[in-house]
Structures are given as structure tokens and as C-alpha cells.
Write a protein that binds this ligand. Structure first.
Ligand SMILES: C[S@@+](CC[C@H](N)C(=O)[O-])C[C@H]1O[C@@H](n2cnc3c(N)ncnc32)[C@H](O)[C@@H]1O
Length: 262
């Protein structure tokens, strides 16, 4: 029987697995048929994410080191180790870059740099990831990790509020094939509007947006500011006639968006 991870779960499936695991610990005296059914549901949920990990191409040693350093660090304030996207999502992003033959990538919300480095590893030698991060300390942490990997040289870190960085990048005439949005949830709508209305996104470019399942809050009604922001963002994208999108239920949800009207 797979053990449930005791890290705080931050995905709908991880939360489901942990809650079913807790229920499975309280089955004494419950009807045997119902107990067996709950135990089977628990096993189905608990084994799901580990199975994805096991059957996804492994992460590079540099990414494994970065993840370990992130888990071991003492985080304070609004930053926490659980923010790191990780192995399966990193591989998903690098796979996307390979499929789209992307050369220039923008990341909005870098944290310790896992997804930035995963994407940089997938780019050709002349490719570049421009990674935006608000917090100067975590940006410095990421840059120390990047310095240990040859792919790290392909990452240009921009520290500051992403809205201001996007304005500066547009003024520089920068254009991106793929954009990964993974910063403050309340800013998602503005970031997407800037990308769709301006010239930062290359024709045919792809936008990937993280946490669009937000731990199940948009449909379970457990309202937090992040849950409300993501629910509003998802509704706006769904109603936007300029784009097509698919919400991929990987980890905490990744919505892939592209313009269809140009
Ligand atoms: C979920 S984490 C990013 C995780 C990262 N993409 C990864 O895969 O490991 C979100 C990051 O966005 C940053 N952030 C929040 N608001 C921001 C803003 N307005 N501009 C730039 N970065 C911001 C936070 O400091 C945090 O490091």
C-alpha cells in the first residue's frame, strides 16, 4: 500500500489523497463493505501522483539539487517550499518547449527557479528564459543554483513587480514564443491581457498558466483570495472569444492558451 506524502498537499489530488488516508485511519466499526470501498478509494488517490513521478523521465541532477536545496531552506513570509513546481510539471513544460520548438521563453513568477531551469535545459544553445521575480532574496537563491548548471546561463533574471518588468520588456522589443505565468494569482488577468493586447507574445505563441485548479477551490467553494482570483481568471479566459484553451489537470492545474483570431 502506497504511503501518503506527509508534505502539506497543494494539489486537488494530493488533498484528496490525504483526506482519504485520514478517513482510512478511522474505519474501525464501519461496515466491512463500506470500509473496503473507502480503502480502495484511498489507494487509488494516494498512488496517483507517485505513479506519475515514476513514469515521467527523470529530472536532471541540477534540478534535483535545486529542489533539495529549496526543501531544506527555512522560508518565511509568503514564500514556502511547496511553491516549487517540481519534477512532473518541469518535464511537462520542457516537453511543451520541445514540441513548439520554442527559443524565447518568459516566466512570470520564478521562486527558486525550478521551472525556469527546467525550461532552460530544453532550449537550444541560443535560447533564453527571461524570468521575473518580485523577491530579491529568492532571486539570489535561484541564481546561485543556476550558476551550477550550464543551462543556467540561458536565464535572464529580472527582479521587481512583474507588471513593471513586462512594460520594460515590451519597450525593449522583446518577443516570446512561450510564456509561463506562475506569480500572484490576482495579477493573472492583467498579465494575460498585457500578453494578448501587446506585442510580447509571438504570433502563434503559447501561454501556460499555473495553479488554475487552485486546490479545488473554484468548484468546492472554499473561498480564499487566491481561489476567488483563479475562479475569476478561469471564467474570463473561458468567455474570451480571442483564445482557445485547455485546462490540463496536472499537479494544481495548468491552462494552455493560444490566440485563434490572428
Ligand atoms: C508559485 S511561486 C513560482 C514557482 C516557480 N515557477 C517554480 O516552478 O518553482 C510564485 C512566485 O511569484 C513571485 N511573485 C509574486 N508576486 C509577484 C509579482 N507581482 N511580480 C513578480 N513575481 C511575483 C513570488 O515571490 C514567488 O516566488
Amino acid at each position: 500500500m502506497a504511503p501518503v506524502s506527509r508534505l502539506r498537499p497543494v494539489t486537488p489530488l494530493g488533498i484528496l489523497a490525504q483526506r482519504l488516508d485520514d478517513v482510512a485511519d478511522r474505519l474501525d466499526g464501519v461496515d466491512a463493505g463500506l470500509a473496503a470501498e473507502l480503502q480502495a478509494l484511498r489507494d487509488l488517490a494516494v498512488g496517483f501522483e507517485p505513479y506519475l513521478e515514476e513514469h515521467t523521465s527523470p529530472e536532471s541532477p541540477a534540478l534535483a539539487r535545486l529542489a533539495e536545496r529549496t526543501r531544506s531552506a527555512a522560508w518565511t513570509g509568503s514564500l514556502e517550499a511547496e511553491m516549487l513546481s517540481g519534477h512532473v510539471e518541469g518535464r511537462f513544460l520542457s516537453f511543451l518547449l520541445g514540441m513548439t520548438r520554442a527559443r524565447r521563453v518568459l516566466e512570470i513568477g520564478m521562486f527558486t527557479g525550478y521551472s525556469a531551469l527546467a525550461m532552460a535545459e530544453a532550449l537550444p544553445a541560443d535560447g533564453e528564459v527571461v524570468a521575473c521575480e518580485l523577491d530579491a532574496d529568492v532571486a539570489a537563491f535561484a541564481q546561485e543554483c543556476f550558476a551550477e548548471s550550464s543551462a543556467g546561463a540561458r536565464i535572464d533574471v529580472r527582479v521587481g513587480p512583474a507588471g513593471e518588468t513586462l512594460t520594460a520588456l515590451a519597450a525593449e522589443g522583446q518577443v516570446f514564443d512561450v510564456v509561463f505565468i506562475d506569480a500572484d494569482k490576482a495579477g493573472y488577468g492583467d498579465y494575460l491581457a498585457t500578453l494578448l493586447d501587446g506585442h510580447l507574445l509571438a504570433p502563434g505563441g503559447l501561454v501556460a498558466v499555473d495553479n488554475t485548479l487552485m486546490q479545488g477551490q473554484p468548484w468546492t467553494g472554499a473561498a480564499t483570495p487566491n481561489g476567488e482570483a483563479v475562479a475569476a481568471f478561469n471564467a474570463a479566459v473561458t468567455a474570451d472569444p480571442r483564445v482557445e484553451q485547455v485546462l490540463v489537470p496536472l499537479r494544481d492545474g495548468i491552462t494552455l492558451i493560444r490566440r485563434t483570431d490572428t
